[in-house]
Design a protein around this ligand. Structure first.
Ligand SMILES: Cc1cc2nc3c(=O)[nH]c(=O)nc-3n(C[C@H](O)[C@H](O)[C@H](O)COP(=O)(O)OP(=O)(O)OC[C@H]3O[C@@H](n4cnc5c(N)ncnc54)[C@H](O)[C@@H]3O)c2cc1C
Length: 283
């Protein structure tokens, strides 16, 4: 089961679906899963992560160890075994060793995707990288009569972040209804180089104004150490040293971009200290 389902069982129905589950994943929600298990008296047998290191920030990564729960990195879940209910799992560890662990459940905690079924069935443009609708800094979709906010815009953010972002986009909707929002006429499309998993918003409506989201939000797709740059018409207009991990929020403040007159697109590039600049993709 996933963590949302576990939390509905425990907090809404007062039910405890298992006693000794395996937890899969080390994103932030894994911590939420551990807290719920603790509250319900559930004692996970282990926590496994396919990546070589924790996805979440390191103080959080210490939490399962503090609870005495074994953590295995570089470990794949190969099989879930059992008939009426889960009896064991087959794991493959980083060194290739296979291990069967007895457990009575499997709790999934990561690999989120936006719930964008309505967008997929609509005429609105979908962004393959975020899995959500393509928006400008006001949350305005490809059809400017539609706005989107919250976790629909990318795989996952915290509740507080979504709340603050939703407030800004709600204000943009109010401004639009009052005729105070810059029209979606002049747009800067944003292209990303290899190594950048996604950018949101995917385009900027000009002129820039204090309304709307104040930053471009990015994620990288691997552990990265290098230079992040934004260019327009072949000229670098912003750059910053970057050291990041996948799933960490990276922000580029829109007011810091020295936008050139006449530019119709921006390119965000990542030059990795290990392997030099990447070619930009998908202009
Ligand atoms: C298991 C789990 C644990 C989490 N724990 C934490 C935590 O401890 N701290 C934290 O800060 N964040 C946590 N988060 C993240 C937090 O829940 C989200 O950031 C936040 O809920 C996002 O708010 P939202 O309004 O964008 O989306 P949601 O809260 O998901 O709200 C979207 C709503 O739209 C409804 N909906 C979707 N499609 C349709 C449709 N077609 N028709 C009608 N209604 C629809 C959904 O039912 C839902 O009610 C957790 C997330 C998960 C999944």
């Amino acid at each position: 089961m996933n963590t949302g389902a576990l939390q509905a069982f425990v907090y809404l129905r007062g039910l405890v679906p298992f006693q000794r589950p395996l937890i899969v994943g080390t994103e932030l929600v894994a911590i939420s899963a551990l807290l719920t298990c603790r509250k319900a008296g559930i004692r996970p047998v282990a926590l496994v992560e396919a990546a070589a290191r924790p996805i979440t920030h390191w103080p959080c990564a210490l939490f399962p160890r503090l609870l005495g729960i074994p953590v295995h990195y570089g470990t794949q879940l190969l099989e879930i075994r059992g008939r009426q209910r889960v009896a064991s799992v087959l794991l493959q560890h980083a060194d290739g060793r296979r291990e069967e662990i007895a457990c009575d459940g499997v709790l999934l905690t990561g690999d989120f995707v936006p719930e964008a079924a309505l967008v997929r069935e609509s005429h609105l443009a979908l962004d393959a990288a975020t899995g959500g609708p393509r928006v400008d800094q006001f949350g305005r979709c490809s059809d400017p009569g539609f706005f989107a906010a919250g976790n629909l815009l990318r795989p996952i953010e915290t509740a507080g972040w979504c709340f603050r972002e939703g407030t800004r986009i709600g204000n943009a909707v109010a401004d639009d209804l009052a005729g105070r929002l810059p029209p979606a006429a002049q747009q800067l499309a944003i292209a990303c180089s290899e190594g950048i998993r996604y950018v949101m918003p995917q385009r900027i409506s000009l002129p820039l104004s204090p309304q709307g989201l104040p930053d471009l939000q990015l994620r990288v797709d691997r552990q990265t150490r290098g230079l992040l740059s934004v260019s327009a018409q072949g000229r670098t207009i912003w750059q910053q040293r970057l050291r990041s991990l996948p799933q960490r929020r990276i922000l580029v403040a829109l007011p810091e971009l020295a936008l050139l007159e006449g530019a119709d697109s921006l390119r965000i590039a990542l030059s990795d200290a290990r392997d030099g600049p990447h070619e930009a993709l998908n202009p």
